[in-house]
Design a protein around this ligand. Structure first.
Ligand SMILES: Nc1nc2c(ncn2[C@@H]2O[C@H](COP(=O)(O)OP(=O)(O)OP(=O)(O)O)[C@@H](O)[C@H]2O)c(=O)[nH]1
Ligand SMILES: [Mg+2]
Length: 425
C-alpha cells in the first residue's frame, strides 16, 4: 500500500515538472526576451577593410591647372561619395529593435551610391552617344506591342552601327528574347530595363580608379598613335597631385622631340620631374632609369609614357614587351598598372587594338578617350564583353577634369537615364 502511495506521488511530481519546462520553452518561442546573460543579437564586430588608396575624382570646376591653381586646390577637399565604412560596432546591452526609419547599425559597405552629380556630368559628356544610339533605340521601341522579328532586326542593326560589336549584340539580343519569352509579355518599359540590366552586367567587371599598390606605383601607358596617352598621363598626374600624391613622369616616347615637350608641359603644371633620354634613345632604358629614380625619390606614382605604335606591327609590339620586362628588372612587381588607351571614335577598331595589346602584354585596364565626340559609346560594351578587361577611366574632353573614373552603374544610368530618354508609354 505504502509503495503504491510513493509511486503515485512520483508520477504527480514528474508531471508537474514536465508542465513547467514546456511552459518556459513555449514562452521563448513566442518571443519572450532571452535571459540577460545570453549574448544580444547584433552584427558581429567588423574591422573596416583596409582599403587601398584610390586616386580621387578631380573637382569638377578645376581647370587643367597651372601650378598655383594646383597648390590652391590641395586645400579644397575633392567631393567623394562613398558608402560609409563601419570601423567598429559598439557593444551594447540588449535593447528593443530600432524603429524602422532609423539607419541600420551596420550599413552595407558594399551598397552602391550612384552620385547624381556624376551621372549628370556624364550625361552631358555622352550627349553624342545619347543623341545617336539612345534616340534611335527610343524610336525603335516607340509604340511596339511585341518583340517581333522586325523589331529585333532593327535593334541588331542599331547596335552594330553603334559599334557594340557582333558577338556582344547577339548575346544581348538573345538574352532579351529569352526574357520576353519567359515573361510572356512585351512592352517598351520592360524591354528598356532589360537592355539596361544586360548593359550593367557586361560593364560590371571591375574597373574604378588606380590603386596605389607599389611604392612607387608604376603605371605604363600604351596604345596606338594619337589616342590620348600623353594627355591621359597629364590628366592622371593632375588628379594625383590634387589628391596630394607625388608624381614623376617618364618620357618613353623618344622618337619625337615634341612628345617630350608635351610631357614637360604637364610636368611643369603638376610640379613633377620628367625623366627623359636622348633623342632616339632606347625607350626601355628611359623606363628603367625612371623607375629607379622614382624609387630613390620615393614618389607615390610614376607614369611612363610610350610612343604610339600600331598593334599590327610586331617589332613595335616586341618593343613594348621589352619596355615592360625592363621595368620589372628595376622593380619587382612593376609596372603595377598597364593601361591601354583607346580612342572611342575608332569604334570596332578599338576592340581589335585591345585584343592585340592584351595578347602581347597583360593589361590591367583600359582608358577610353574621346567619348565626348562620338556616337559610338556602345563600343564600351564590346570591349568589356569580348575582352574582359575593365575600363578604368573615360575621357570626355581635353581638360584634366574631363577624365572620369569609370563606374558601370553611373555610366548605364547616364546612358539609359529615364528623363528625356525614357521610352514612350
Ligand atoms: N575630345 C577629346 N580629346 C582628347 C581626349 N583625350 C585626348 N584628346 C586629344 O587627343 C589628341 C591626341 O592626344 P595625345 O595625348 O597627344 O595622344 P597620344 O596617344 O599621346 O599621341 P602619340 O603620342 O602621337 O601617339 C590631343 O589633341 C588631345 O587633346 C578626350 O577624352 N576627348
Ligand atoms: Mg603621346
Amino acid at each position: 500500500m505504502t509503495i503504491l502511495f510513493i509511486l503515485i506521488g512520483l508520477v504527480v511530481l514528474g508531471g508537474a515538472a514536465f508542465a513547467l519546462t514546456r511552459k518556459k520553452s513555449d514562452a521563448l518561442a513566442e518571443g519572450e526576451p532571452p535571459s540577460p546573460t545570453l549574448p544580444p543579437k547584433q552584427a558581429p564586430t567588423k574591422q573596416a577593410p583596409t582599403k587601398p588608396e584610390v586616386l580621387t575624382q578631380a573637382p569638377a570646376a578645376q581647370p587643367a591647372a597651372p601650378p598655383a591653381a594646383v597648390a590652391a586646390a590641395h586645400d579644397s577637399e575633392p567631393e567623394i561619395i562613398e558608402a560609409p565604412v563601419v570601423t567598429e560596432v559598439p557593444k551594447r546591452a540588449p535593447s528593443p529593435p530600432p524603429p524602422p526609419t532609423s539607419k541600420p547599425l551596420a550599413p552595407k559597405v558594399a551598397a552602391k551610391v550612384v552620385n547624381p552629380k556624376e551621372v549628370e556630368a556624364l550625361r552631358k559628356g555622352l550627349t553624342a552617344t545619347r543623341g545617336g544610339f539612345m534616340a534611335r533605340l527610343k524610336s525603335i521601341f516607340s509604340g511596339k506591342k511585341e518583340l517581333d522579328p522586325a523589331t529585333l532586326e532593327q535593334l541588331e542593326e542599331l547596335m552594330l552601327s553603334s559599334d557594340v560589336g557582333v558577338k556582344t549584340t547577339q548575346a544581348i539580343l538573345g538574352r532579351l528574347r529569352d526574357r520576353v519569352q519567359r515573361e510572356g509579355t512585351f512592352d517598351a518599359d520592360s524591354a528598356w530595363s532589360a537592355l539596361r540590366a544586360e548593359a550593367k552586367e557586361i560593364l560590371s567587371i571591375g574597373g574604378g580608379g588606380l590603386t596605389l599598390t607599389g611604392k612607387p606605383t608604376v603605371v605604363l601607358m600604351v596604345g596606338v598613335n594619337g589616342v590620348g596617352k600623353t594627355t591621359t598621363i597629364g590628366k592622371l598626374a593632375t588628379r594625383a597631385s590634387l589628391a596630394g600624391q607625388t608624381v614623376m613622369l617618364a618620357a618613353g616616347d623618344t622618337f619625337r622631340a615634341a612628345a617630350v615637350q608635351q610631357l614637360e608641359v604637364w610636368g611643369k603644371r603638376v610640379k613633377a620631374e620628367v625623366v627623359k633620354g636622348k633623342e632616339a634613345s632606347d625607350p626601355a632604358a628611359v623606363a628603367f632609369d625612371a623607375t629607379n629614380k622614382a624609387k630613390d625619390a620615393a614618389v607615390t606614382l610614376l607614369f611612363i609614357d610610350t610612343a604610339g605604335r600600331l598593334h599590327t606591327k610586331s617589332p613595335l609590339m616586341d618593343e613594348i614587351k621589352k619596355i615592360k620586362r625592363t621595368i620589372a628588372k628595376a622593380m619587382d612587381g612593376a609596372p603595377h598598372e598597364t593601361l591601354l588607351v583607346l580612342d572611342a571614335t575608332t569604334g570596332q577598331n578599338a576592340v581589335n587594338q585591345a585584343a592585340m595589346f592584351k595578347e602581347a602584354i597583360d593589361l590591367t585596364g583600359i582608358v577610353l578617350t574621346k567619348l565626348d565626340g562620338t556616337a559610338k559609346g556602345g563600343v564600351v560594351l564590346g570591349i568589356c564583353d569580348e575582352l574582359k578587361v575593365p575600363v578604368r577611366y573615360i575621357g570626355l574632353g581635353e581638360r584634366a577634369e574631363d577624365l572620369r573614373e569609370f563606374d558601370a552603374d553611373e555610366f548605364v544610368e547616364a546612358l539609359f537615364g529615364q528623363d528625356e530618354t525614357a521610352p514612350p508609354a
